[in-house]
Design a protein around this ligand. Structure first.
Ligand SMILES: NC(=O)C1=CN([C@@H]2O[C@H](COP(=O)(O)OP(=O)(O)OC[C@H]3O[C@@H](n4cnc5c(N)ncnc54)[C@H](OP(=O)(O)O)[C@@H]3O)[C@@H](O)[C@H]2O)C=CC1
Ligand SMILES: O=C(O)CCC(=O)C(=O)O
Ligand SMILES: [Mg+2]
Length: 742
């Protein structure tokens, strides 16, 4: 391995992180090239993935390779070193918008065929369906997850605590979940005792069979589970929740993960829309069906479809919608100025980010007047909802957390090889007719079975044994290295978790656990245990499955340090490589809006700085490259100084933004390289650079800040114009010249 060229693969993604890359990457490449480390880019943006998947529709110049597939293969090799920035996990409305933009740019792409009419359209839809939702992360995540707030970040948050909404004991905000008929209540699990292939079959009440999936390979020791959600129970629950929100005078909101759970959650979201606007759907059923309205894509789908109607019909429906609003509880808003509600687009409110944001804001969300109000947070399935209710209960009892004193909750998450629910979408079905769904092995033995009704959602999850072993090992390693108690968040009442508990107890025996504190607790017990400790300033590692990995690595960072963008997010790949994710959150679409409008980008690239430092360190270790190690070390020093001097982007126009923050990182990085004495060559190279940069600090910052305040041209949303964006993101000629001199 060590005779290959050391290489870091830096991903080009979407929205705010993509913009930030235009400014940060030239700095990074200038610095790393001095150490013989190549930083190459790979385009895994939504538009890039669309273009890569439809070569036959495009001209030779338009075609690009499938960078995601390439990275997916690389992730399985020991030399993998990938820095992964957040990308859009597209809902159908976003996918359609991206296609439209590309078509407008001369890409003769096919439209997304909602209801394919022939083989060609079926293929087109299947290709787009692979691009939609969380299509990137599961491909790259060939390892488990290690996310935590580094010491320097935690220290910064304690010194400069972010704002926290006060909590009052009589807050009416709460989580509402089904009491029966959900996935939690129906889960059945089984651990395979030998490798086999299974099929998933529906036997209908008339005795006919429909094969939902066949030839699914399972490994020895793999845990499988199946569960089903009753659509009638769901609808009854949603109806009751709506009435209750109205009776209590609180906002109605629903929190799903329609991106990662791209099959089940849009369906559940669609039911919420239909229940909320029931009179409209009842009265106009025929017209809406005729128009092809599909509210699994949100209420916005209805609104855009009725545009096609004659004016009087459209007005009639709009009047009925207004009557329905008047008669219903207020909806939580995504954008009250533009009238966008929680029900408009399934990917606007994503549970991992939305629930912590609500908890940080006194348990409130925004109403249509733009004021915050107590809220009913609807999370239909019970599997993980209790974590949020327990957190709300804790805040009601003890008040808001205090970021200046609270402890930290790092996470070790079981994620590798599409573990658990997040890998279930190819085994999730909206059941076409009442009957029984069975998972049947090669010998015809029925492993799991559920009675289902038409419209129910049935799903199967897989969790392979090797990732579980790796996860237990990672938990023990982190607990030891940080001398911190670790809690496995596993619910002995859940069938899947029972199988996992057996494995955890077995694999813990492979490790020396002397002197470390380990627990297994249900998610609610673990929440209470952990919250009581963080309140007292104590740290507790959460060791969780894939969904809680996602939820907790937004929840705790947002409470502790204000945003999950400041997390160190490492994926030690199971074959020895490293995937370094930047932060633990998303692509901040609101930040792009602000940049385009007023030339201020408030995206904080701290996650990128942290990821790059560990990436360089990993590369240095694997390739015995001392210069790379030194670059990583000095980058960490620079990041520490960056935090000390509070050089993160401000939220408002006119003050330091993302670009200015990059200048300071570069300055401190150059200074750290100038100050070190391990490598004379790098010292000689960076000493003059550091000197010039600090001499020109005032001029550069004034050029950078001076470029703010006016609308920016970036030539697109999903596919940026490289030249325009580069110009917008690198407005300081002085800084550009200094970098070019390296
Ligand atoms: N790893 C990945 O690839 C992930 C991708 N996503 C994708 O991102 C998109 C948006 O998702 P959403 O749930 O809204 O989550 P985001 O994390 O993008 O946004 C939530 C809020 O967090 C704050 N925030 C996030 N990152 C930063 C940062 N680097 N610097 C400063 N503030 C930050 C912003 O708050 P404020 O507005 O107050 O500034 C932002 O509005 C979706 O397409 C989703 O699928 C989501 C999670 C992970
Ligand atoms: O891949 C996605 O869609 C989101 C990922 C995410 O939220 C996470 O890993 O924390
Ligand atoms: Mg997340």
């Amino acid at each position: 391995m060590s005779n290959q060229t050391p290489k870091i693969l830096y991903t080009l993604t979407d929205e705010a992180p993509a913009l930030a890359t235009y400014s940060l990457l030239p700095i990074v490449q200038a610095f790393t090239s001095s150490a013989g480390v190549q930083v190459e880019t790979r385009d895994i943006s939504l538009s890039g993935r669309i273009i890569a998947n439809f070569p036959s529709y495009l001209t030779a110049e338009q075609q690009i390779g499938d960078a995601l597939a390439e990275l997916g293969d690389i992730a399985k090799t020991p030399e993998a070193n990938i820095v992964k920035l957040p990308n859009i996990s597209a809902s159908i409305p976003q996918l359609k918008a991206a296609i439209k933009e590309l078509q407008g740019k001369g890409y003769a792409l096919p439209n997304y065929p909602e209801e394919p009419k022939n083989e060609e359209e079926k293929n087109i839809k299947a290709t787009y369906d692979k691009i939609k939702g969380s299509a990137v992360n599961p491909v790259l995540r060939e390892g488990n997850s290690d996310r935590r707030a580094p010491q320097a970040v935690k220290a910064y948050a304690k010194k400069h605590p972010h704002s926290m909404g006060k909590w009052s004991a009589d807050s009416k905000s709460h989580v509402d979940s089904m009491s029966e008929g959900d996935f939690y209540g129906s889960e059945k699990s089984h651990t395979m005792t030998q490798a086999t292939k299974v099929s998933i079959e529906l036997t209908k009440e008339d005795g006919s069979k429909e094969v939902l999936k066949s030839g699914l390979s399972l490994l020895d020791g793999e845990v499988i589970d199946a569960s089903t959600l009753s659509v009638s129970a769901l609808k009854a629950f949603l109806k009751k929740a709506k009435d209750d929100a109205k009776a209590q005078g609180i906002l109605f909101s629903i929190h799903m993960k329609a991106t990662m759970m791209k099959v089940s959650d849009p369906i559940i979201f669609g039911h919420a829309v239909k229940v909320f606007f029931e009179p409209v759907f009842t009265k106009h059923a025929a017209v809406l069906a005729e128009l092809g309205v599909d509210v699994n894509n949100g209420f916005g789908d209805l609104l855009s479809n009725i545009e096609k109607l004659p004016a009087d019909k459209k007005a009639e429906i709009l009047a009925d919608i207004d009557a329905c609003y008047a008669d219903s509880p207020d909806l939580a808003m995504v954008n009250s100025d533009r009238g966008i509600t929680n029900l408009h687009v399934p990917s606007d409110v994503i549970i991992d980010a939305s629930m912590p944001a609500m908890i940080r804001t006194s348990g409130q969300m925004w109403n249509k007047e733009g004021n915050s109000q107590d809220t009913k947070a609807i999370i239909p399935d019970r599997s993980y909802a209790g974590v949020y209710q327990a957190t709300i209960d804790f805040c009601k009892k003890h008040g808001a957390f205090d970021p200046s004193t609270m402890g930290s909750v790092p996470n070790v998450g079981l994620m590798a090889q599409k573990a658990e629910e997040y890998g279930s979408h190819d085994k999730t079905f909206e059941i076409p007719a009442a009957g029984t769904v069975e998972v049947i092995d090669e010998n015809g033995v029925v492993i799991l079975s559920h009675a289902v009704q038409e419209g129910d959602i049935w799903r199967m999850c897989q969790t392979k044994d090797a990732p579980i072993q790796d996860w237990v090992k990672l938990a023990v390693t982190r607990a030891k290295l940080s001398s911190t108690p670790a809690v496995f968040w596993l619910d002995s009442k859940r069938s899947h978790d029972q199988e996992l508990i057996k494995k955890v107890n077995k694999y813990l025996l492979d490790h020396d656990t002397e002197g470390i504190e380990l627990h297994i607790m249900s998610p609610v017990e673990a929440t209470n245990f952990t919250l009581a400790r963080i309140k007292e300033g104590m740290d507790t590692i959460s060791v969780t499955g894939n969904v809680l990995r996602d939820y907790l690595t937004d929840l705790f960072p947002i409470l502790e340090v204000g945003t999950s963008a400041k997390m160190l997010s490492i994926v030690p790949l199971m074959n020895g490589g490293g995937l370094f994710e930047t932060g633990a959150g998303g692509s901040a679409p609101k930040h792009v809006e602000q940049f385009v409008k007023e030339g201020h980008l408030r995206w904080d690239s701290l996650g990128e700085f942290l990821a790059l430092a560990v990436s360089l360190e990993h590369l240095g270790r694997i390739f015995h490259n001392e210069k790379a190690l030194l670059l990583g070390e000095t980058l960490d020093l620079a990041t520490g100084k960056f935090l000390d001097n509070d050089k993160s982007p401000a939220r408002v126009v006119g003050k330091l933004d993302n670009r200015g923050s990059h200048f300071y990182l570069a300055l401190y990085w150059a200074q750290a390289l100038a100050d070190q004495n391990k490598d004379a060559e790098l010292k000689a190279k960076f000493t003059p650079l550091a000197k010039t940069m600090s001499e020109k600090e005032e001029q550069i910052v004034s050029e950078l800040n001076g470029s703010q305040g006016s609308p920016q041209e970036i030539g697109g949303y999903f596919k940026l114009d490289g030249e325009l964006t580069s110009k917008a993101m690198r407005p300081s000629e002085t800084f550009n010249a200094v970098l070019a001199s390296l």
